[in-house]
Design a protein around this ligand. Structure first.
Ligand code: A3D
Length: 320
């Protein structure tokens, strides 16, 4: 049986890491696309040459030609520019919107049956724009943010409690930005909700609040440390988790930026929600009941994303 074909649009920090992870995990063959001639070819060859020592079988091709992504099963999009210190994700909107137009058209023309995962920021607006430009079905286009945000939350919690990260689950809703909504009562250590752990004396409410805030600021913390780009190892690993669930029909329950119609009081809008990812793409949106406070935080987050979508429409008149 032919190996799945995985197209990575953007061969920068995240794109290169994605290619390496796909090869190491033997998820399929890789086509690494970028407009910067030489970068995708060089990274592909370098990773392919790691095969003998890394014990993986995968074919990698670097390209600047969209025709090479023909028939891809999965496309992961990181094309665009990342943040620099002092920039917000929203500052990237104008330039990355133009990139989404060319990427959306390239995918529509060459890989219209692919499951598409967008990573380019500002995430919730870019995944919406990418879907509009590509015209692919909504359930086949989603954005990676919630898996990363909850992984950061889980990492901080596991460190605080001195337990394995594997036993910590976390729940993050809303847009990928300062308004994201980490839900403590749905986040657990081995099934014990965080508020109970505070009652049990495992931590204090102040420390819990600080961890929630650090999660919200998780991207900026890395941008500040690196000084010349944004996070890439954890974002790439998170997108691979989503791609694997699609390719293997695992039906993992993963938070991601998905098109929500009906649930959470939304009528056709991309925002971070828990979803089930299987061979149909985004097969379900998990519609949990929110408390009044949580709904208010979620609505604020949705409003922030709506503002960005409106800005996209202003910049590009073809977006209705
Ligand atoms: P970077 O290393 O700069 O790679 C981006 C690549 O895109 C570069 O190689 C460019 O040449 C390429 N590119 C630019 N324009 C085009 C185009 N039109 N077509 C094809 N390729 C193009 O950035 P990165 O990999 O660090 O980050 C990529 C994106 O992911 C940025 O927008 C980041 O802000 C975003 N990001 C999102 C998250 C989320 O959690 C959502 C996390 C981290 C980074």
């Amino acid at each position: 049986m032919a190996r799945p074909k995985i197209a990575l649009i953007g061969a920068g920090q995240i794109g290169g890491t994605l290619a390496h992870l796909v090869a190491l995990k033997e998820l399929g063959d890789v086509v690494l696309f970028d407009i910067a001639d030489g970068t995708p070819q060089g990274k592909s060859l370098d990773i392919a040459e790691a095969g003998p020592s890394g014990h993986f079988d995968a074919t990698l091709k670097g390209t600047t030609d969209y025709a090479d992504i023909a028939g891809a099963d999965v496309c992961i999009v990181t094309a665009g520019v990342p943040r620099k210190p002092g920039m917000s994700r929203d500052d990237l909107l104008g330039i990355n919107l133009k990139v989404m137009k060319s990427v959306g058209e390239g995918i529509a023309a060459n890989a219209p049956n692919a499951f598409v995962i967008c990573i380019t920021n500002p995430l919730d607006a870019m995944v919406w724009a990418l879907r509009e430009f590509s015209g692919l079905p909504h359930e086949k286009v989603c954005g990676m943010a919630g898996v990363l945000d909850s992984a950061r939350f889980r990492h901080f919690l596991a460190t605080e409690f001195e337990v394995s990260m594997k036993d910590v689950t976390a729940f993050v809703l809303g847009g990928h930005g300062d308004t994201m909504v980490p839900l403590t009562r749905y986040s657990t250590v081995a099934g014990i909700p965080l508020p109970d752990l505070v009652d049990m004396g495992w931590t204090t409410q102040e420390k819990m609040d600080a961890i929630v805030q650090r999660t919200r600021d998780g991207g900026a913390e890395i941008v500040g440390l690196l000084g010349n780009g944004s996070a890439f190892y954890a974002p790439a690993t998170s997108a691979i988790e989503m791609a694997e669930s699609y390719l293997k029909d695992q039906k993992r329950v993963l938070p991601c930026a998905a098109y929500v119609e009906g649930a959470y009081g939304l009528d056709g809008f991309y925002v971070g929600v828990p979803t089930v990812i299987g061979k149909g793409g985004i097969e379900r949106v998990v519609n949990i009941k929110l408390s009044k406070d949580e709904q208010a935080m979620f609505d604020k987050s949705v409003d922030a994303v709506k503002g960005l979508v409106a800005a996209c429409k202003e910049i590009d008149g073809s977006l209705s």
